[in-house]
Design a protein around this ligand. Structure first.
Ligand code: TRP
Length: 329
């Protein structure tokens, strides 16, 4: 059994790529491991949300993750800012994080390039806060995508550095959780590689059937095969790839055969694809709407998570303080 920690961005709705990619794996993981999933609202302050947006975002993300299958009885799901011990560990780790190494991280350099007018210290020390999140619960595994690998590497470095500095074997060095083959990649509908928020090509779990239909009907295709059994172009392959995940094997085969015999009508393919996506998203969407309006339930979930997370965090902070040399008078 692993101790798994993962932070969830508190901005942006879940799209099919998130759902069939990371989230399905979170749901599997929670059965066999001790999981801590939290909504990273401290981290979100680097982009200065308004007070109104901050809470609304957290609430929406919470409702979406619960609706998609995170089970608060199995995993500890909490809001980062409900656990102020995280802020204390972050402060302590900052004393051993060097400005030079923080300036050299790719994500920091990216953000500086994209937002030269908001290079705040929170951005610089983002990996330190992330390390605090992770080592707070002595995680053994962290499920991360490619874009977070360097941040996890820094968490390992800060854990090791603390241990060396105080000559202890206190913090574990967390490893990436490898999903291997099971990591499904959902392509975009615009003929490009992947579905993503920043790509602006996402189908969201919260989208209603009309919106989904409209997005799918607009998907990029080509002018159609003219020679039997010709190779499939990327944009059309993307539609087949999504179909593979949301439709029955018979449906997929039907359209593949039509393509091979040059009889395919992309309009029909899209209509079917939209219907099958709606079948997957509708029950989740209904749950999201239901949960988002159930303040009492959300409050209960968040309190349960806070209690479990703080118990683990308080123990770490107490021991870390002792190791560093803070002593009661
Ligand atoms: N940086 C992560 C992201 O952008 C979110 C995150 C914050 C995180 N703290 C974490 C992920 C701890 C894993 C573990 O997606």
């Amino acid at each position: 059994m692993e101790r798994v920690v993962s932070g969830i961005r508190s901005t942006g709705n879940l799209h099919l790529g998130n759902y069939f990619g990371a989230l399905k794996n979170f749901i599997k993981m929670q059965d066999e491991n001790e999981c801590f999933f939290f909504i990273a609202d401290y981290h979100s302050l680097t982009t200065h949300p308004t007070p109104e947006n901050l809470h609304g975002n957290v609430r929406q993300v919470l409702a979406e993750y619960l609706a998609a299958g995170i089970d608060p009885e199995k995993a500890t799901i909490y809001v980062q800012s409900d656990v102020p011990e995280v802020a204390e560990l972050y402060l302590l780790l900052n004393m051993n994080a060097y400005v030079g190494e923080l300036e050299r991280t790719t994500s920091f350099k990216d953000k500086v390039r994209k937002n030269p007018n908001n290079v705040n210290a929170g951005l610089l020390t983002y990996p330190v806060l992330m390390a605090a999140d992770i080592i707070m619960h002595n995680a053994t595994k962290v499920p991360v995508g490619k874009d977070q690998e360097q941040n996890l590497e820094m968490a390992r470095k800060f854990a090791r550095r603390f241990n060396n500095m105080y000559n202890v074997e206190y913090f574990n060095e967390p490893e990436p959780f490898n999903f291997g083959e099971s990591l499904v990649k959902i392509p975009g509908l615009d003929g490009t590689g992947k579905m993503g928020k920043s790509e602006g090509n996402g189908i969201y779990l919260i989208d209603d059937p009309k919106v989904i239909k409209k997005k799918v009907m607009k998907a990029v295709t080509d002018s159609g095969p003219t020679v039997p059994n010709s190779p499939v172009t990327e944009s059309v392959q993307n539609l087949f790839t999504i179909m593979e995940i949301v439709s029955t094997p018979d449906t997929l085969q039907y359209f593949k055969d039509k393509y091979a015999s040059c009889e395919i009508r992309y309009g029909d393919l899209k209509k079917q694809l939209a219907e099958d996506i709606v079948k997957v998203t509708t029950p989740i969407r209904e749950k999201i709407l239901d949960l988002a309006s159930n303040g009492e339930y959300l409050r209960k979930v968040v309190k349960l998570g806070e209690d479990k997370a703080r118990e683990s965090a308080a123990k770490t902070i107490k021991e870390v303080r002792e190791i560093i040399g803070f002593k009661p008078f």
